[in-house]
Design a protein around this ligand. Structure first.
Ligand code: AMP
Ligand code: MG
Length: 404
């Protein structure tokens, strides 16, 4: 077990301990946002046949070589081919077929002319310029060739992927299961959000922050309950979480005080502690471990600390469980909108919101960066990092940021 590793080490240890959950098939119509568990390799070309991109006439380019305003070429129209119909006849010298957008190109034709550029009757079409071979024909496989790898296992099904799955006839893609993440809260002072707290008690906000965060990232939160400050009670909830869920997250009781019983309770529940404390602020109080491939994260009770540890340390491991190919957050350079006056002995994560000004990314700081400040998480969509050993940071400084 490591004491107080830096956040990169802590994140890496938890990432190594986590494993992707199993896969299942899901109806394509419900698959948006799920993570593919199998590469999507094209079995069929798209489009499947040569087709017309316009309403017009399919003809032989060689028939139009001498066509001009002065010497127009008139061709006999064999048939009309709407989208969805198969051509009945081959286009031979001196003939053409009327084609509508999406229609297959008849045999013998090697170019299409838009109808606006012709003079036509039901029986004939007259062309005033030469056409190049292949002009205005969308070739079979122009979009997707057979054998192309269109998306990889570990990619999120975005609209383009959903469309590509449909084009390949995959109606029930194999995706990773949605991980169930158990949440428990510790603290004898906590009451549920729906209760009126008696003196000395507070409402449990961490539970709902974590539920919202997990839901929005595509995990299924499972509420395990609140344990008062008793190692046995905390242990019982962790055990329940381990039996019902793929991972467990608790808040509270991970500092080094008399009532900080979570790490003991984790060990009682058979969890191997991987590290205790992380050299970062907020979120220094944090203890994480693993049991039978299931990760257990004990986060601070302070709302802003718990959310910072959650995003910095826990989310990459959860994304690995979800099957993500790249579980680390996407980083961006951001300019700080306001001064930040404190020194940072440890790596510090600031909470804020992305703002785009003059095409540049800025981070507007949440008003109060204290680790107990719950309201600083409202509207927070990114965090930025101040390296350990930095002094106060002035507005305009460029920091490494990442999106939540
Ligand atoms: P702890 O990490 O248990 O020492 O708690 C640190 C602070 O966070 C204390 O002021 C707790 O009352 C508060 N706290 C702990 N759990 C929660 C929670 N679930 N919701 C809101 N505040 C909490
Ligand atoms: Mg506590």
């Amino acid at each position: 077990m490591l004491n107080n590793p830096d956040y990169v080490t802590a994140r890496g240890i938890l990432l190594d301990a986590a494993a992707a959950v199993g896969a299942e098939q899901t109806p394509l119509s419900k698959s948006g946002g799920r993570v593919l568990a199998r590469d999507l390799t094209a079995a069929e070309p798209v489009p499947p046949f040569d087709r017309s991109p316009y309403d017009g006439y399919a003809l032989r380019a060689s028939d139009t070589v001498h066509a001009s305003k002065k010497t127009p070429v008139t061709l006999r129209v064999l048939e009309e081919i709407p989208a969805g119909r198969v051509p009945a006849a081959a286009v031979k010298e001196g003939t053409a077929a009327k084609v509508l957008t999406g229609a297959p190109i008849p045999e013998g034709a090697d170019a299409v002319i838009k109808y606006e550029r012709t003079v036509f009757t039901d029986e004939t079409v007259t062309v005033f310029c030469p056409l190049a071979q292949g002009e205005n024909i969308v070739r079979a496989g122009e979009d997707v060739r057979r054998g192309d790898v269109l998306a990889h296992s570990g990619n999120v099904i975005d609209p383009g992927t959903a469309g590509a799955l449909a084009a390949q006839g995959v109606t029930a893609p194999l995706v990773y299961r949605v991980p169930k993440v158990g949440i428990l809260s510790t603290g004898s002072e906590l009451v549920d959000a729906g209760e009126v707290p008696r003196p000395g008690k507070i409402r449990n906000s961490n539970r709902h922050m974590l539920e919202a965060a997990l839901t929005s990232m595509g995990c299924e939160p499972v509420w395990l309950g609140t344990a008062e400050d008793s190692a046995e009670k905390i242990c019982a909830l962790i055990q329940r979480g381990l039996s019902e869920c793929d991972a467990v997250i608790s808040t509270g009781g991970v500092s080094a005080g008399d009532y900080d019983l979570t790490p003991d309770a984790m060990e009682k529940a058979g969890v191997e502690l991987l590290f205790r404390g992380v050299d970062m602020k907020p979120g220094m109080a944090c203890a994480c471990g693993v049991r039978n491939g299931k990760i257990v994260c004990g986060l601070s009770g302070n709302p802003a600390s718990s959310m910072t540890s959650f995003y910095v340390v826990a989310v990459p491991a959860l994304k690995k469980m979800m099957g993500y190919r790249s579980p680390l957050p996407r980083e961006i350079q951001v300019k700080l909108s306001q001064d930040f006056d404190k020194e940072s002995h440890s790596t510090r994560f600031l909470r804020g919101r992305l703002e785009l000004k003059d095409g540049m990314a800025w981070m507007a700081l949440s008003k109060n960066q204290g680790n107990v400040v719950l309201s600083s998480m409202i509207g927070c969509d990114m965090m930025a990092l101040i390296p350990a050993g930095s002094g106060p940071v002035s507005a305009g400084t460029v920091l490494r940021g990442f999106f939540l």
